[in-house]
Structure formats: C-alpha cells, structure tokens
Write a protein that binds this ligand. Structure first.
Ligand SMILES: [Zn+2]
Length: 316
C-alpha cells in the first residue's frame, strides 16, 4: 500500500469508556478513551463542551459512548462523532462505588499502552461499572442527601483526584430507556449491611484487578512456586507471596526474594476463587483486608506506583 495525498480519510468506529477528560479550551476537549476495538486512544473533541453542537455526549468520566474518529499522525485522534451509549448515574449517589469506578478508570487509563486492545478487559470494566451501581453502601451521615450534593461533596472531598469526574458540564440527561440505568438507580437497595455491601463491592473490585493483571500478563501464580516452579503440596497452607516474582514462593525460594510477604492459605484460596469465579466469590471479613493488601500490592507493582484511587477504594 502506498501513501498518497488522494487517499481517503479513514474513519474508525469504536465503543469507548471515557477514562479521563481533560479540559483544553472553551470549545475543545482532549479525552482519553478505552475502546473495545483499539484499546486506549487519546482524542480531541472540537466543540466537546458544547453538548448540542457536535456531540451527543459530555465526556464525563466513565461514560460509555460510540465514537467515530480519524487517526492522526500526532497520536491525538480527531473525534468526529460521539453518541452516548450508557451512563452510571447510580454511582453518583454512592461514594464507595464511585471511588471504585474512578479506580477502574485509573487502571484503564494508566496501565495500558495506546492501541493495545483488550476486549476481555473492556467487557470486565463494563460489567463492574454496571455491578457497582447495584452494590449500595450508604453511610448514615449521607442519608437524605441528593445526588447533586453528593457530586459536590465528591468534587471537594479530601483532595480526591476526581475533578474531571462530574466536570463543569452538566451530565447528559438520561431517559428512562437508556439501558435501564434509571431503574437500577431506583431499585437499588437503600441500605445494606455495611460489611456485606462493602465486602461485595471489594469482591467486585478484586475480581476486576485480577482480570486487569491477567490481561496485562501478570496474573499471580498460585499453584506453584513462581521462581522454581515447584508445585505447592498444600494449596491451603500459607505461603510467601511476591508480586515481583509473580506469585507464591516455595519455602526454599521465598527467603531469597526481597519483596516477599507471608500470606495466609485462606487469602490465597480466596484470590484463586476470585480468579476462577469472579465477583461471585465471597470476601469474608477475616481475609478481606489481607486479600485487598495482596492485590493492591500486585497492581502497584505492575503500574510502578500505588494507584491514586486505591486508598479511597480500601478506606474503612
Ligand atoms: Zn521455589
């Protein structure tokens, strides 16, 4: 194929999750999208803040939209169309779930290279965002507050890096027909057992982290020593674990690995179940903190730093 001036401009179509929105000017917006077809892309939306002009979408964080874009040599693609596909308004009324959603966005925006598609990860992200809206964890002091107040509280709260989230733009109004998002919001339980709700939310987050690790090629090895390959004789026994080595370590290899930590057999079993069965796995109170530590540690190792949203996800 030869490059020629007469070559028609090639448009690409994709289903995308907005993982970062960056204001650029009054009339344009640079946004980071994780697309199912192409992986991560950065794109310029001209007129992106004037909702009714070129686009049917405000590029609020976590919005799912169908986009059409033109590839540019600069690596900053030009969006020509964006149509909203799905939003998750229930998250705005549920701070722990919203933080978990932002955490998902952070892992998608920071952990992947441009044009490295991971449809499995895309589908897992969509599934967790839908599930989070149903995982209600309401705190007593927030009782009776409106969604609008919640949004304000989130934006100003404790320096959380979420200023792009609700954004200055008003979210696009959702009709009741949009994927049932409204009805999910209405029918979400008003109150769950604090532990159960949080446990279920953290199981969902943990299952997503394991998909993320697996897709990036860092699924922790749990059945055999990550260094020498020796099979674990007792899968229920506690063992050394090293994210840098890539999983559990046998008693011989363990002491030589600097970032080793001892992890209980129950926590290792729980991580194995989360890998195999996803968020359906129960995350019991006794092992929850340990599982969260191990997975947070593993994710941080792959990312090269601790994710900003991780403390918010694991708070309380
Ligand atoms: Zn070994």
């Amino acid at each position: 194929m030869t490059l020629s001036e007469s070559r028609p401009v090639q448009s690409e179509k994709a289903l995308a999750i907005v993982t970062r929105g960056t204001d650029w000017s009054e009339t344009s917006r640079i946004t980071t999208l994780f697309t199912r077809e192409f992986g991560k892309i950065r794109a310029l939306a001209k007129g992106g803040r004037r909702l009714k002009s070129n686009f049917d979408v405000a590029f609020d964080l976590l919005t799912v939209c169908e986009v059409v874009f033109i590839r540019k040599a600069s690596g900053l693609e030009l969006l020509t169309e964006a149509r909203m596909n799905e939003q998750f308004p229930a998250l705005r009324k549920n701070l722990p779930a919203l933080y978990a959603g932002y955490y998902v966005a952070e892992l998608l925006a920071e952990g992947l290279q441009d044009y490295d598609p991971h449809p499995v990860l895309f589908d897992a992200a969509l599934a967790i965002l839908r599930a989070l809206g149903r995982t209600a964890v309401f705190y007593p002091e927030r009782e009776g507050s409106t969604g609008a107040e919640e949004e304000g509280a989130v934006r100003e709260g404790e320096g959380a890096p979420v200023s792009q989230a609700a954004g200055a733009d008003s979210p696009v109004e959702l009709g009741p027909e949009v994927n049932g998002a409204r009805s999910v919001e209405r029918t979400a339980p008003l109150r769950t057992e604090a532990g159960g709700g949080k446990g279920s939310l953290l199981a969902t987050v943990s299952a997503f982290e394991l998909v993320w690790l697996q897709e990036l090629g860092y699924s922790p090895r749990l059945d055999a020593c990550a260094t020498c390959g020796r099979e674990r004789l007792s899968p229920t026994a506690r063992a050394f674990f090293s994210p840098l080595a890539g999983g559990v370590l046998c008693p011989e290899c363990g002491p030589a690995v600097a970032d080793r930590r001892m992890v209980s057999g129950d926590a290792l079993l729980c991580i194995r179940d989360l890998t195999a069965r996803g968020a359906e796995t129960a995350l019991p109170d006794e092992t929850r903190a340990e599982v969260r530590q191990v997975l947070g540690y593993a994710v941080s190792c792959v990312l090269g730093r601790r994710p900003r949203m991780l403390n918010y996800v694991d708070a309380r």
